[in-house]
Design a protein around this ligand. Sequence first.
Ligand SMILES: *[C@@H]1O[C@H](CO)[C@@H](O)[C@H](O)[C@H]1NC(C)=O
Length: 284
Amino acid sequence: MSASNECRYKYEECKDTADWLLSRIPQRPTVAIICGSGLGGLADLLENRHIFPYQDIPNFPKSTVQGHAGQLVFGELRGKQCVCMQGRFHFYEGYNITTVTYPVRVFFLLGVEILIVTNAAGGLNPEFSVGDIMMIKDHINMPGFAGQNPLCGPNDERVRFPCMSDAYDKDLAHLAQEAAEEQGCTSYIRHGVYCMLTGPTFETIAECRVLQMLGADAVGMSTVPEVVVARHCGLRVFGLSLITNKVVTDYDSKERANHEEVLETTRMRTEDLQRLVSHLVGKL
Ligand SMILES: *[C@@H]1O[C@H](CO)[C@@H](O)[C@H](O)[C@H]1NC(C)=O
């Protein structure tokens, strides 16, 4: 087969990875959780854990960012079989978009039906505060605008043009809202549109203003490719953005976006976010 007719992801590779994992775990996870920057603590909540560092998993890429442990954690959360990605793969690390989304295809082959994505994001919506948790209702795939869509190239013709208007599952969002109400944490829950830029630079003032005009409420450097592939596989998706900083939109402001602030806010809110996710999982 010539290279031009080959999918950029190889079913056989994903299958090998999935089979390798399935032969080593007693569980069959139905929920996958991708832990964003500093949010890997979610995986520590699982019971009866089986842990696989990425470097030990056949065909799996390796994580390079600080604050990312880089391992798959299988276990039970509120009685549900889950797999957590502690550390994700970012395009800005130099991985291509196919590699970034590789784990999602593996999750599908493991039997996962629901994908929960979390990330740390900059708040664009002026009404958002640092520490807010935004339920993602939609996304803007900015790298996709620039041709970096993980589904580009030869692909399964049965799902050549997947729908994205229903990317974020309404029933899951509804359950999550219920969970937030039961927990009494709705005061810092927001709903909005997540926009992905590749990074690794934070946004300029002019860029933030453009994104606000486009209707984005939060901006970050991840999540969207994984969601696109999850939908391609037929997974139901729920996403949360922790608003770790407010973007600068004023030329007179002395504030500067920095990774330390992001990690600091994450530490402050990480347990609340974990509680919300585990409560949601318990309701699935
Ligand atoms: C993406 O990166 C992987 C790992 O480096 C490589 O095997 C693959 O050929 C690349 N895919 C594309 C489409 O460039």
